[in-house]
Write a protein that binds this ligand. Structure first.
Ligand code: GDP
Ligand code: MG
Length: 462
């Protein structure tokens, strides 16, 4: 996000209540940031109204600054507008690389590709064919149809791509010599696909540089004849504000069922996604992330929201922290640490907490300013240490976990450590060094606690 936005967020940080007046400068910055990210102006206004209402109703959460909370509101609202559910993040979502695609009750399922020239229709047609053919649970028989008949080069382009992925391509020459229309090609291709039992038929159509009447009529005719299950609008992600007009024009005339945003491998922010969804109501199904045929990805609303905001990493961190740490538990843990009642169960809970935030290295790197301070190998060492601790603690008996003394000062400590080393597949030295660390940590905490409580008040370790 812009520097100004960062600054106005910082201003929110110290507040304990958000009001109509103190939120105004921040909202202005959000507006500017979204417009910078190519979100259509009208769409921005809808979004801001929703954000403002929520910000004014926001309750202050302990441990999270109003600034961070505000970012989360903006983020969640973006996810919603992009067709997602803020409660389910993409990292948890199912693993299928294919988004939901409508299928016809009878073969073939027709997918019609539409969009302006250069948007990436031909390329995405081939990418989609590849995905349908290769996805584990799918393995569909796909026919590509070259219905861009004006330019011979366009037909050749699809043929070349079809060869690369071993997919049959229906070309105008299969209809007859001389001039054939796109409608004729589409009609004959449908017969062919039925006859040969193709599961899918992906129809690549012509585009114009600008939206024009003849193109729309041609698409309408093809739509009538083919009754496609999906009409996917292919939009160049770099087109910016124009995405809104393009979507409106295509949606009004042919009614799209979904969209593919292409060329997202560049540094474009992806505001076009918001415009497409807001104007058509149709979901973005894929993003194109490169010229090669394996560069088609499922669209994730939360990832795109982060990208549009341009500060996704920080948001992710705030979210994960909120999810992972139950406030009460954290408080209890802190008290135990200070009172040196901290045992191996607590230790395990703490390492799990750190790990639930993602990899240790990953978490630290998300923090602004930290990434430059820590060396990669230091981070890796820290992570290794956590894994070691977990495996060792897992091999302890419940009694040992609750009574660290059994492993440190008790006369059975040595034999216990040998047993744990065997059970965890670690060396005795590793187990011993972990115990030393644990004792040191407890001592440091006890010292801290005594100092904080003003020395000999009698409230020493329990
Ligand atoms: P069409 O006119 O809509 O059929 O567009 P094409 O499929 O011919 O694509 C136009 C250009 O964009 C070609 O050079 C493609 O290689 C390129 N292209 C398509 N999709 C992507 C993408 O996701 N990323 C990048 N970097 N280039 C793409
Ligand atoms: Mg083309």
């Amino acid at each position: 996000l812009t520097e100004n936005f960062q600054r106005s967020l910082a201003a929110l940080r110290g507040l304990d209540k958000i009001t109509e007046t103190n939120i105004e400068p921040t909202l202005k910055e959000v507006r500017r940031a979204l417009i910078d990210a190519d979100v259509n102006v009208k769409v921005v206004d809808i979004l801001l109204a929703a954000i403002k209402e929520q910000a004014l109703n926001m309750k202050v959460v302990k441990g999270v600054t109003p600034g961070q909370q505000f970012v989360k509101i903006v983020y969640d609202e973006l996810i919603r507008l992009l067709g997602g559910d803020p409660a389910t993040s993409s990292s948890k979502a199912g693993a299928s690389p294919l988004p939901a695609l409508a299928e016809s009750p009878t073969k073939p399922t027709v997918i019609l590709m539409a969009g302006l020239q250069g948007a990436g229709k031909t390329t995405q047609s081939a990418k989609l064919a590849r995905l349908l053919q290769t996805e584990k649970r799918s393995r569909k028989k796909v026919l590509l149809v070259a219905a861009d008949v004006q330019r011979p080069a366009a037909v050749e382009q699809l043929q070349t791509l079809g060869q690369q992925i071993e997919t049959e391509v229906f070309i105008p020459a299969m209809v007859g010599t001389g001039s054939v229309t796109a409608l004729e090609v589409a009609t004959r291709a449908l017969d062919y696909a039925k006859q040969k039992a193709f599961d899918f038929m992906i129809v690549d159509t012509a585009g114009r540089q600008v939206i024009d009447e003849r193109l729309m009529e041609e698409l309408q005719q093809i739509k009538r004849v083919l009754s496609p299950a999906e009409i996917l609008l292919v939009v160049d992600g770099m087109i910016g504000q124009e995405a809104a007009n393009i979507t409106r024009a295509f949606h009004e005339r042919i009614g799209i069922t979904g969209a593919i945003l292409t060329k997202m491998d560049g540094d474009t922010r992806g505001g076009a996604a918001l415009s497409i969804k807001q104007i058509s109501g149709a979901p973005i199904k894929f993003i194109g992330v490169g010229e090669k045929l394996d560069k088609l990805e499922k669209f994730y609303p939360d990832r795109m929201a982060s990208r549009i905001l341009g500060m996704g990493d920080i948001i992710t961190l705030v979210e994960r922290a909120q999810e992972a740490v139950d406030e009460k538990e954290a408080e209890q843990l802190a008290r135990k640490m200070l009172e040196a009642r901290f045992d191996f169960n607590d230790f395990l809970r703490q390492t799990r907490f750190v790990r639930s935030m993602g990899s240790f290295a990953g978490v630290l790197k998300l923090l602004p300013g930290v990434s430059g301070m820590l060396k990669e190998d230091q981070l890796r060492a820290g992570e290794k240490r956590l894994r070691l601790a977990e495996s060792v603690i897992n091999s302890m008996t419940p009694r040992e976990r609750a009574n660290p003394d059994l492993l440190t000062v008790d006369k059975t400590a040595a034999s216990r450590m040998r047993r744990i080393a065997r059970g965890s597949g670690r060396s005795l030295e590793q187990v011993e060094s972990l115990m030393r660390d644990f004792v040191n940590m407890r001592n440091v905490m006890a010292q801290m606690s005594r100092r904080m409580m003003g020395g000999g008040s009698g409230a020493g370790p329990v």
